[in-house]
Write a protein that binds this ligand. Structure first.
Ligand SMILES: Cc1cc2nc3c(=O)[nH]c(=O)nc-3n(C[C@H](O)[C@H](O)[C@H](O)COP(=O)(O)OP(=O)(O)OC[C@H]3O[C@@H](n4cnc5c(N)ncnc54)[C@H](O)[C@@H]3O)c2cc1C
Length: 307
């Protein structure tokens, strides 16, 4: 017979790891599944400059500092991915993970994050973190008075272009189609910016540079001509995918697949909490994910009657 744990955390990004610190310090019998990407998205970022306490630190160093902090507390770390969640009829859940292993728990924190869609073009992977970025809030300030491109035509692309226009000299907003799919109020703001240039019916096909982004090839989809443009950074804003497939038949999700929670990280199912980038409306920033992880930990304690 399985022992019933108080809590299981799924995910080892800032949200899951912060919850682990809080729950273990509160003496809750918790366990954390580290998943396919130990430390989460941030480990791919060479430089974090907006996490309090560090003027600048590599994403890898930041996350491994946090993992060390978790390890120094009394919590079990499992370097596996959860493959299935079964809702039992006694207010518990069974988590299935590698090699048919199972674990029964009274509460779950879903902290599985999200991933950014990639362009899948030459140069993108090589120059990731060296001018190719998926986050203007994070990396935009590195391109003060430079020339940058934003790729995409939805809300995120427009908001990132507006944000970057306050920092960079020139912003190219490059979209495959002939019109943007963003809020009209934001599109209107673009018209008031004289350093944003809209380029429609065009696709980026190559990113050049050795140690940093230097130029791109831009394909005109109407006449197939290619223009080589010199610039300093490429911000990719062509959508994100929440890692919510584990709970898609259990929890309420928004139309993009993000988990809907109340302001206390509670999901639509009693006993299941969610924090970080996988949550609908998340700021998609490490500090926000960590904050939600802390809030979820406190609410899990309350749910268990241990606070
Ligand atoms: C290149 C890049 C640069 C960034 N730079 C910054 C920055 O400078 N500042 C900033 O604040 N933010 C930055 N961000 C955003 C930041 O990384 C995210 O907001 C943050 O990591 C979200 O944390 P999270 O814990 O919600 O999820 P994630 O970091 O996405 O972690 C999700 C975790 O869930 C695990 N997981 C997924 N599925 C399973 C499963 N089935 N079983 C077990 N575990 C699972 C994964 O292994 C991973 O550990 C950046 C993001 C990227 C991609």
């Amino acid at each position: 017979m399985n022992t019933i744990r108080d809590n299981a955390i799924i995910g080892s990004g800032p949200a899951g790891l912060t919850a682990a610190i809080y729950l273990s310090r509160a003496m809750i019998d918790s366990i954390i599944f580290m998943g396919p990407s130990i430390g989460g998205q941030l480990v791919t970022s060479p430089l974090i400059e907006n996490y309090p306490g560090f003027k600048s630190i590599s994403g890898c160093d930041l996350m491994f500092n946090i993992i060390e902090q978790v390890q120094s507390n009394n919590i079990e770390l499992i370097y596996e991915s959860v493959t299935n969640i079964v809702v039992n009829n006694n207010n518990t859940f069974t988590l299935e993970y590698s090699n048919n292993n199972q674990l029964v728990t009274k509460t779950i924190l879903i902290a599985t994050g999200a991933s950014h869609n990639k362009l899948n073009i030459p140069g993108e992977e090589k120059l990731a973190g060296k001018g190719v970025s998926w986050c203007a809030t994070c990396d935009g300030p590195l391109y003060r008075n430079k020339k940058v491109a934003v790729i995409g035509g939805g809300n995120t692309a427009v908001i990132e272009a507006l944000f970057l226009s306050n920092i960079a000299n020139e912003v190219l907003l490059i979209h495959r189609r002939d019109k943007l799919r963003a809020d009209l109020s934001d599109i209107a703001k673009l018209n008031n910016k004289n350093n944003i240039k809209l380029i429609y019916n065009s696709a980026i096909t190559n990113i050049y540079g050795d140690t940093k982004v230097e130029a791109i090839d831009l394909l005109n989809l109407l006449d197939n001509s290619v223009e080589n443009i010199q610039l300093d950074a490429v911000f990719v804003a062509i959508g994100t995918n929440p890692s919510s497939s584990l709970v898609k038949n259990i929890l309420d999700l928004d139309k993009f697949g993000y988990i809907v929670t109340d302001s206390n990280t509670k999901t639509s199912h009693n006993g299941i909490f969610a924090a970080g980038d996988v949550v609908s409306g998340s700021l998609k920033q490490a500090i926000y994910a960590a904050g939600q992880g802390a809030l979820a930990a406190v609410n899990i304690q309350k749910y268990l009657g241990k606070r």
